[in-house]
Design a protein around this ligand. Structure first.
Ligand SMILES: Cc1cc2nc3c(=O)[nH]c(=O)nc-3n(C[C@H](O)[C@H](O)[C@H](O)COP(=O)(O)O)c2cc1C
Length: 189
């Protein structure tokens, strides 16, 4: 089973890189899945500019950037979205990355790791309804970090300092994700 940890912020100086790195550190010893970091910034996606809507395009995208993104997402069984919260909602870059595809997400597992001044919980609730439209299977658990409390001051700005209980929380979420992703494999076949 292959699970992508998607770093969903593309902003210069993004805090999300530290969160995604921490998630990757946590999965290092796990043998329940193959985990891989997918950095959205590496794909430089355009704002949805395909003539045919993704749900009808049968993966035949005109834009080579969309095709490359499609191939990447097709290669995974499940996902962890590492998402910030912008203006009480989901970040536009990750929402666009979600919107430019459709069948690639279908019937796959997903878990949400968020962060923000209020831990990004509103973004998580938005994601739950968004991913349902692509028939994804989202786990109940989530890990939500405070960018106000779970940081230390470093020379170059905020250094991510997650609360001790977060490792256990993530472990529970990943257990839910791998079990749900395995259980729904026949729907993807
Ligand atoms: C455009 C914008 C809107 C934001 N809106 C919210 C918000 O609604 N709620 C919140 O908790 N934090 C909000 N923040 C603060 C972010 O959670 C914080 O800056 C975080 O580091 C952003 O993630 P990033 O650095 O990976 O881009 C916002 C930040 C930006 C840039």
């Amino acid at each position: 089973m292959k699970i992508a940890i998607i770093l969903g912020s593309t902003r210069p100086g993004r805090f999300g890189a530290q969160v995604a790195d921490w998630v990757m550190d946590q999965v290092a010893g796990r043998d329940d899945a193959e985990y891989e970091l997918v950095d959205l910034a590496d794909y430089d996606l355009d704002l949805l500019n395909e003539l045919t809507v993704p749900g009808a395009a049968k993966r035949q995208y005109d834009n080579p950037k969309t095709r490359r993104w499609s191939e990447t997402i097709d290669g995974f069984d499940g996902f962890v979205f590492v998402t910030p919260e912008y203006n009480h909602g989901v970040p536009a870059a990750l929402k666009n990355a979600f919107d430019v595809l459709y069948p690639e997400w279908g019937h796959k597992g997903i878990a949400l790791v968020s962060y923000g001044a209020d831990c990004g919980v509103r973004a998580v609730e938005h994601w739950r309804t968004i991913v349902a439209n692509a028939q994804m299977h989202v786990v109940r658990g989530q890990v939500s970090f405070s960018t106000m409390l779970e940081v230390e001051q470093g020379e170059d700005g905020d250094v991510f300092a997650p609360a001790e209980r977060r490792a256990k929380e993530l472990g529970n979420v990943l257990r839910q994700l791998t079990r749900l992703t395995a259980a729904t494999a026949s729907l993807r076949a």
